[in-house]
Design a binder for this molecule. Structure first.
Ligand code: F6R
Length: 613
C-alpha cells in the first residue's frame, strides 16, 4: 500500500509534503520519511506515524522547493527506520519513494552486489535506487533515461518518484499497478500523490497516470508523459470533482464517525438522477450500453474483497430475488488463482471502494482474458479498477478516509440494488406495481437511515456493557446474513475483539458450543418470512445463558421480550434492511473501539487500499 507525495515548484516543499502525508496516512503508518533537495539531497525518516517524522525534523534543514515523501505499510522488511522510505542510492545522490512490490528484487540485488553495491535496508525499493544509479553511471545518461532503462528490468508493481541531486529541477515519476495522480497548479507547480487528497487544496487540475507510464516534471516546462517503451503521450488533464470539506472531520472526533453520519447523504447522492420513483425510472448511465448483456447473461460473477465482498453478497440475493439471474460471489484473491469457468456470456461485476485493490484488479484481468464482460462498481473516480473495467457505475459516497469502510458499503449496496431493480424491470420478472412500490421504498431509505442515526442511546449502552468481551457472534439469515458478516468485520478490525458472522441457522452446527454467559450474540432479527426461525435461534442462545443484542423492526415485541438489548430500525422491505441494519452495527463497533482506546481511523496492521497481494 503506502502513500507517496512529491512536490516541485516555487513554494516551500516541506509543508506541502508533510500535510500530504497526513492525508495519506490511511494508506499505511508503519514509518514515514521525506527527501528534500536544497543544494544537497537530505533524507529524514522515522519509524511510526507521520507526526513522529514532523517532530524529528523540527531542528533539521527542511528548506527547498522540491521533495518527495512517503508513509509506509510494510511489505519487504520490518517497519523500522532503515526500511522507511525515501531510500538513497549508494552514492546518496538519488532518492526514491515507492508504493508497490518489485518481484525480481532478489535477483537484481545479487547482480548489484556483484558490481559492488551495498544496501542499508531489506527493501525492494533500495534495490531500485541502486539500479538507477548503476544505469546512470554505466550509460552516462539523464535521470529520466536511467529510470526508463531500470524499469524495463523490473518485474512488479510500482508508483514511484525519483529525485536526483544532479538534476535539481526535475522529478521523474512512474506507475504500474499502483495508483498515482499528478496535480498541475499555477506558477509551474507540480504535485504528485497516491490519490488526489493531498492535491485538492492546491489545484483541481489533475492527470491520472496509466500503467507503464513515466512522467517527467521539470521546473518551467509543461508536464511530459512517456510510456516505458519510450513513446510520447499527451497528458489528459481532468478536473477534480470533490472539494476540501469532504476531506475534513467537520466537528466529528473521527473520520469513521463522520462517515457513518454521512450515509443519508451518500445514499442520496448514489441515487440522485438514477432513481425517480414517480416516473418509474431506475437507470445507471454508466452501464446502459451493457444492460442487454446483463439481462441475457448466463450468470453474473461478483468479485471483491472484505467489506465490498459483503456488499456483493447482498447483491447476489438482490439479483437472484428480483431479476432471476444466477449470481456467484467470489473473493477476488481466490478467483484469480483458480481456473474459474467463465464464458463470453458471463458478466463480472467487480466492486471496490478504492478501485485499487490488487486482488480485484488481477481477477478483472483474468475475467477479461476469458472473454467476460466486466463492469465496475467503484467509489474513487478515475481509479485503476474503474479504468480496467469495460464500463461501470460509481457509488458517489465521496472520499472515505476512515480505514474501516462504512458509507462506501451502503453506497455499494445502493448501486447494486438499483442495478438489480433495473434488470428486473427489463426482464419483467416482477409485476409493475411491485416494481413501483420498491422504487418508492428505496427513495425513502435515506430518511430512514437518518432516523436510525438519530437514535443513539442504546448502541452506547451496549458498548459500555460489552466493551471488555473477548468474543462476539453476529447472526442473521437471508439478507441479514451479509449484515452479520459485515458487523463482525467492523468490530474485529477496529476494536481487535474476535468476532464471527454466521448464518443464524448454522449456529447449531458448531458455533453454539461457544455460547456461555460471557458471549454477546448480535442477532439481526427484523420482521420477515424467517423471523420466527430467528426467534427460535435467539431462544437457543438464551437457554445457554448467552447475552442477546438484537436489531429489530420498530414495534417488535417478541424479540424485545427475549433479548438483553434491542435496537430498533424502521420497517422496510426485507431487501433494503442491510442499508438500515448495518448502521447500528457500525456505531456499536465504533463506540466499543473508542471505549477500548483503539485508534479507530487507523487500526493496527491495516491500510485503506490494499494494492499488494
Ligand atoms: C473493511 C475494509 C476492507 C475493504 C477491502 C476491499 O472495513 O475496508 O475489508 O473493504 O480491503 O477494499 P476495496 O473496496 O477498496 O476494494
Amino acid at each position: 500500500m503506502c502513500g507517496i507525495v512529491a512536490y516541485l515548484g516555487s513554494k516551500d516543499a516541506y509543508p506541502i509534503l508533510i500535510n500530504g502525508l497526513y492525508k495519506l496516512e490511511y494508506r499505511g503508518y508503519d514509518s514515514a520519511g521525506v527527501a528534500i533537495l536544497d543544494k544537497e539531497l537530505s533524507v529524514y525518516k522515522t519509524k511510526g506515524k507521520v507526526s513522529k517524522l514532523d517532530q524529528f525534523v523540527e531542528d533539521k534543514n527542511t528548506g527547498g522547493s522540491i521533495g518527495i515523501a512517503h508513509t509506509r505499510w510494510a511489505t519487504h522488511g520490518e517497519p523500522n527506520t532503515e526500511n522507511a522510505h525515501p531510500h538513497y542510492s549508494m552514492n546518496k545522490k538519488i532518492a526514491i519513494i515507492h508504493n508497490g512490490i518489485i518481484e525480481n528484487y532478489a535477483t537484481l540485488k545479487e547482480e548489484l552486489k556483484g558490481r559492488g553495491y551495498t544496501f542499508n535496508s531489506e527493501t525492494d525499493t533500495e534495490v531500485l535506487a541502486n539500479l538507477i544509479e548503476d544505469v546512470m553511471h554505466n550509460e552516462s545518461c539523464s535521470l529520466q533515461e536511467a529510470v526508463l532503462i531500470a524499469l524495463n528490468q523490473v518485474v512488479g508493481a510500482y508508483a514511484l518518484v525519483v529525485i536526483s541531486e544532479g538534476e535539481p529541477d526535475s522529478l521523474i515519476a512512474a506507475r504500474k499497478g499502483s495508483p498515482m495522480v499528478i496535480g498541475i497548479g499555477g506558477d509551474d507547480d507540480f504535485f504528485i500523490a497516491s490519490d488526489a487528497t493531498p492535491i485538492i487544496e492546491y489545484t483541481k487540475n489533475v492527470v491520472y497516470m496509466n500503467d507503464e507510464e513515466i512522467a517527467i516534471l521539470k521546473k518551467g516546462e509543461p508536464l511530459k508523459i512517456k510510456t516505458i517503451a519510450n513513446k510520447d503521450k499527451t497528458p489528459y488533464v481532468q478536473e477534480l470533482e470533490f472539494n476540501l470539506n469532504a476531506l475534513e472531520k467537520g466537528g466529528f472526533e473521527h473520520f469513521m464517525l463522520k462517515e457513518i453520519y454521512e450515509q443519508p447523504t451518500s445514499i442520496r447522492d448514489s441515487l440522485r438522477g438514477r432513481l425517480r420513483a414517480k416516473e418509474g425510472v431506475v437507470s445507471l448511465g454508466g452501464i446502459v450500453d451493457y444492460e442487454q448483456k446483463i439481462v441475457h447473461a448466463n450468470k453474473i460473477i461478483m468479485i471483491a474483497c472484505g467489506t465490498s465482498w459483503h456488499a456483493c453478497l447482498v447483491g447476489e440475493y438482490l439479483f437472484e430475488d428480483l431479476a432471476r439471474i444466477p449470481v456467484e460471489v467470489e473473493y477476488a484473491s481466490e478467483f484469480r488463482y483458480r481456473n474459474p469457468i467463465i464464458t463470453e456470456n458471463d458478466v463480472v461485476i467487480a466492486v471496490s471502494q478504492s478501485g485499487e485493490t490488487a486482488d480485484t484488479l488481477a481477477a478483472i484481468e483474468l475475467a477479461k482474458e476469458k472473454g467476460a464482460t466486466v463492469l465496475g462498481v467503484c467509489n474513487v473516480v478515475g481509479s485503476s479498477i474503474s479504468r480496467a473495467t469495460h464500463a461501470g457505475s460509481y457509488t458517489h459516497a465521496g472520499p472515505e478516509i476512515g480505514v474501516a469502510s462504512t458509507k462506501a458499503f451502503t453506497a455499494q449496496v445502493t448501486v447494486l440494488t438499483m442495478m438489480a431493480l433495473r434488470m428486473a424491470q427489463l426482464k419483467g420478472t416482477i409485476p409493475t406495481s411491485r416494481f413501483m412500490q420498491l422504487l418508492h421504498e428505496m427513495e425513502a431509505i435515506p430518511d430512514k437511515v437518518e432516523a436510525v442515526l438519530n437514535d443513539d442511546g442504546v448502541a452506547k449502552q451496549i458498548a459500555e456493557k460489552y466493551q471488555q468481551a473477548t468474543n462476539f457472534l453476529y447472526l442473521g439469515r437471508g439478507y441479514n446474513f451479509p449484515v452479520a458478516l459485515e458487523g463482525a468485520l467492523k468490530l474485529k478490525e477496529i476494536s481487535y475483539i474476535h468476532a464471527e458472522g454466521y448464518p443464524a441457522a448454522e449456529m447449531k452446527h458448531g458455533p453454539i458450543a461457544l455460547i456461555d454467559k460471557d458471549m454477546p450474540v448480535v442477532f439481526i432479527a427484523t420482521n420477515n418470512v424467517i423471523y420466527e426461525k430467528v426467534v427460535s435461534n435467539i431462544q437457543e442462545v438464551k437457554a445457554r445463558n448467552g447475552n442477546v443484542i438484537a436489531i429489530v423492526t420498530q414495534g417488535d415485541k417478541v424479540v424485545r421480550g427475549l433479548a438483553d438489548y434491542v435496537i430498533e430500525i424502521p420497517a422496510t422491505e426485507d431487501m433494503f434492511v442491510p442499508l438500515l441494519a448495518s448502521i447500528p452495527l457500525q456505531k456499536l463497533a465504533y463506540y466499543i473501539a473508542v471505549m477500548r482506546g483503539c485508534n479507530v481511523d487507523q487500526p493496527r496492521n491495516l491500510a485503506k487500499s490494499v494494492t499488494v497481494e
